[in-house]
Design a protein around this ligand. Sequence first.
Ligand code: FMN
Length: 358
Amino acid sequence: MSNIKLFSPLSIRGVTTKNRIAVSPMCQYSAKTDGHPTPWHLVHLGTRAVGGAGLIMAEATAVTPEGRISPWDLGIWDDDHVHSFLKITDFIKTQGSVPAIQLAHAGRKASRDKPWMGGTKINKQNGGWSPVAPSPIPFDDDYDIPIELSTSDIEQIIKRFSNAATRSINAGFQVIELHFAHGYLACEFMSPLSNKREDCYGGSLDNRIRFPLEVCAEVRRVIPDNIPLFIRISATEYVENGWDINHSIYLSNKASKIGVDLVDCSSGGNSSKHTVVSYPGYQVSYAREIKEKTDMYTGAVGMITDPIQANNIIETEEADIVLIGRELLRNPYWPNYAKKTLTNTSNYPNQYSSIENS
Ligand SMILES: Cc1cc2nc3c(=O)[nH]c(=O)nc-3n(C[C@H](O)[C@H](O)[C@H](O)COP(=O)(O)O)c2cc1C
């Protein structure tokens, strides 16, 4: 076995990844309008499994139809969805990779067009719907004022997350990630800028993290003990008096106590006014700080494109996994390229073994 830590296995609960490289969840806006995956998803996720990533995370998958960013998002709100995902998870497993799913609710950022069609609002007459949120505050001028959720709506959404988690397990996923980042529903609850509620889900920090923590607890309750539970958070929203890294550490410590295993550390997305200055590894320090100050595993993401950079993050224990997004869109075989670069070996599937000696 290689002593390069990027290629060492990671075991969390009952699941072991063959290396520390994960495909970051990336919406493809290519599902059927009833939430079912299409051949695109099998090829997209399957190719990255062939490419050698240890963990393949399916994109933000909605737990309710209203929780989709667009009508073309994946969904897992119905038992019928289970069989559609099975051929994807089965294939990922044949490549020795771990299939993971990100469960999501888009909150006030729902009902939008595909990004390559401009990402604009989709009205009801064109198949859109009214977005919901903790408070009636739109994301931006171009967004509808969302409908404020009642406490019974909140309870139902929590249940929808746990039902989706059960279906995910039945569909063969071996890791569940809850999407609490990027200004979607849970993130909206967490931030004092988008949550102005006066009930037990708003106001103090403890109240604002009640919704995500209740989702974690309910999901943990229904999934088997041997299944790892991840959360993706925006470690900071880059706005004065907004959500920041100290709040993220506080949340992570609470989440750890109720059975969350790993914090996937992203940032931003809850304010249209903030500017994120991105550069290679710009979010890694959040993963490092959360790892240092909690007993969570962490994931680092954001402009990780170079094998030495990726390995350093793992070697120096800034994070336990690296999640790679756009670089794996450019090159699905990046894990094998990184392995060749760092160890002078690679693990292409047998079908491709002829390239090893060429
Ligand atoms: C096309 C695309 C779709 C994305 N969809 C999601 C998503 O579904 N869930 C999520 O948490 N992040 C999503 N992201 C963010 C990525 O997972 C990742 O955090 C971000 O691209 C930074 O990593 P990178 O520099 O390696 O691309 C998306 C990014 C891209 C480029």
